[in-house]
Design a protein around this ligand. Structure first.
Ligand SMILES: Nc1ncnc2c1ncn2[C@@H]1O[C@H](COP(=O)(O)OP(=O)(O)OP(=O)(O)O)[C@@H](O)[C@H]1O
Ligand SMILES: O=P(O)(O)OC[C@H]1O[C@H](OP(=O)(O)OP(=O)(O)O)[C@H](O)[C@@H]1O
Length: 217
């Protein structure tokens, strides 16, 4: 069997993604040795795990450097990744929102400056409303931008809302829902279909099962 390469995002999605793979019998014991390694071979020798930055998963999968990947919908949209998005995995759930200081009114601002890690999503969102905005690309701690006058508002991920609250900001407008997705390289889907399709099917059945439990049915 040809080795299947799986790209996972370092960070908060990594452990959940590995748990899911373990549930379908794909284990990477060497991952837990906590080394600085970025590639790992599965215990059965059939899969290779590559660990990449969250924003880069789509790029690796689009270019065929990985056959399969797990990435947040946010990063896939921002990277404009041309991949097959086959399953909504149901974890890494959060919302995209415009946030700012309490009382900020978007319509009241003639020209709006927006601090964000996601300039493409932000521009697309406002362009769809026929509105030109100026985005300032940031790489983290985005909530700081309106507090220090770098931008009028921010566009960022909101989960519990506690980061906004602790920085005296609030959601002004929710934009779209985000969750982790299983993605597949378009060529691999055909050329390695015999090996990839069973992985997709097994992941699907686990996600469906979880959905049923969560829904109480
Ligand atoms: N607060 C959150 N709650 C739920 N999911 C989140 C949250 N923040 C981010 N995510 C999801 O998890 C993915 C990975 O986030 P993580 O924080 O690990 O990396 P990152 O902040 O995008 O990258 P880096 O820290 O390397 O710049 C995101 O792309 C998003 O889909
Ligand atoms: O609504 P909450 O539950 O507070 O979660 C939202 C926070 O989580 C993410 O930050 P992350 O931890 O990835 O930090 P960074 O983007 O600043 O690196 C996001 O950028 C928000 O700051």
């Amino acid at each position: 069997m040809e080795t299947i390469k799986i790209a996972l995002a370092k960070g908060r999605l990594a452990d959940l993604s590995l748990e899911l793979l373990e549930q379908i019998g794909i284990s990477f014991s060497s991952y837990y040795e906590k080394t600085r390694k970025l590639t790992f071979i599965s215990d059965d020798g059939h899969y290779e795990l590559i660990l990449v930055k969250a924003m880069d998963v789509g790029t690796y999968v689009e270019n065929g450097a990985a056959d399969i990947g797990v990435a947040g919908k946010d990063t896939l949209l921002e990277a404009g990744a041309d991949v097959f998005e086959v399953i909504d995995l149901g974890f890494g759930r959060c919302e995209f929102a415009v946030a700012g200081e309490p009382g900020t009114e978007l319509s009241a601002q003639q020209s709006l400056t927006i601090g964000t890690k996601y300039p493409k999503i932000t521009n697309d969102y406002f362009q769809a409303q026929g509105r030109q905005v100026e985005t300032i690309k940031l790489n983290g701690s985005v909530e700081l931008a309106p507090l220090v006058g770098l931008s009028d508002v921010i566009v960022d991920i909101v989960e519990t809302g506690s980061t906004l609250k602790e920085n005296n900001l609030e959601v002004i407008e929710t934009m779209l829902s985000i969750s982790a997705r299983l993605v597949v390289n378009k060529a691999s889907f055909k050329t390695k279909g015999t090996a990839i399709r069973p992985v997709i099917d097994q992941v699907k059945s686990i996600v469906d099962e979880k959905g049923r439990v969560t829904n109480g049915n």
